[in-house]
Write a protein that binds this ligand. Structure first.
Ligand code: ZN
Length: 339
């Protein structure tokens, strides 16, 4: 089928699970009640995507507070009790982060609950997102390794352990989220892609990397204003990614200033093209979605295009995100009929 649809990863959480409309929202329940609520929210997220015509669904990241720290909470060697403030993404924002204080290892499974809940309740293809190694080490303080590449590779090994288990749970696609890839372009070339391949090693399911310019929050909007009329960061990293074993690349296309012709550097890759803006509450029409797909087709062969959202929808209003998902499904259907 042409133009299958998916979402970047996260969806807003119901207000009975976490405080709405914000990142890092605190949970409203604890213990067993929290686990049950996470599972219920996962089923709703899957159902909402199915009804909107999304072909490759996710669990909506309903069981994690934040896309990076959701993974870190299950890693031994990290001190969560003594967080420190650091500037992340080249100091674009300040965040309170935990510290690595001992050798890293997994305490057990990280995402089994929500992966199994989602798998048990949909026959559609299931994509699962985890943070990439470079983004993880940019969102944590190091008091142990003293070498960020070494620490990134240690995280890559832990990620590999979890994604292989997710594959065994029945996940069809693993996506690594690497927003740090358009902040540290030299490092992407020097070791970032290598760390990513290490994290994906041995997987037989589909593999993807999501790179982006961030959620629609103020710090990101301010940063984007400094990037000029054309965002050409990908020009430096796409050639390295094109040569890698990662099969798909998810990037934002709707309302972004990334010149579409840069996608031509991703020879042979399936491009998950963002056709839904998540930094803007204005709901796209199916016709808008169709037009973005048509524009991407000028550079990417049509059988290599998946339609998706620009980035995660976690901080959005729930009704707006639902309307946007419907526009995504309807727009891709329109594109299939016309193209
Ligand atoms: Zn993103």
């Amino acid at each position: 089928m042409l133009f299958p649809t998916t979402v970047a990863g996260s969806l807003p959480k119901p207000e009975w699970l976490a405080e709405p409309n914000k990142l890092w929202a605190p949970w409203k329940l604890q213990g067993d009640e929290l686990d049950a609520a996470k599972r219920d929210a996962t089923l709703l997220a899957v159902k909402m995507q199915e009804d909107a015509g999304i072909d490759i669904v996710t669990e909506g990241e309903q069981a994690r507070q934040h896309f990076v720290h959701g993974f870190l909470e299950r890693v031994e060697g990290i001190d969560f009790a003594h967080k420190v403030e650091i500037g992340i993404r080249k100091d674009r924002y300040k965040a309170m982060v935990p510290q690595v204080v001992a050798p890293l290892q997994l305490k057990g499974r990280v995402h089994a609950l929500e992966a199994k809940a989602a798998r048990g309740h949909t026959t559609r293809k299931l994509k699962f997102t985890v943070p990439g190694p470079m983004t993880i080490i940019d969102t944590i303080a190091d008091q142990y390794y003293g070498d960020k590449v070494k620490m990134a590779f240690a995280f890559a090994d832990l990620l590999n352990q979890e994604v292989r288990a997710l594959e065994a749970d029945g996940v069809d696609m693993i996506q690594f989220d690497e927003p740090a890839f358009n902040v540290y372009m030299d490092e992407v070339r020097d070791w970032g892609v290598e760390a990513l391949e290490r994290a994906a090693k041995g997987l037989k399911c589909a593999t993807a990397v999501h790179i982006c310019y961030g959620y629609g929050i103020k710090a990101n909007d301010d940063w984007k204003k400094t990037l000029g009329g054309e965002w050409r960061q990908y020009e430096q990293t796409f050639p390295t990614i094109a040569k890698s074993s990662i099969q798909q690349v998810a990037i934002e296309c709707k309302n972004s200033r990334v010149p579409i012709e840069l996608l031509g550097l991703l020879t042979g890759k399936m491009v998950q093209a963002g056709v839904i803006d998540v930094a803007n509450d204005e709901v796209e029409t199916p016709e808008d979605v169709f037009k973005t797909i048509e524009a991407v087709m000028k550079t990417v062969p049509k059988d290599k295009i998946t339609a998706t959202t620009n980035c995660g929808m976690a901080p959005m209003r729930r009704d707006i995100s639902e309307a946007k998902l419907h526009a995504l499904g309807a727009g891709a259907k329109l594109a299939r009929e016309r193209l």
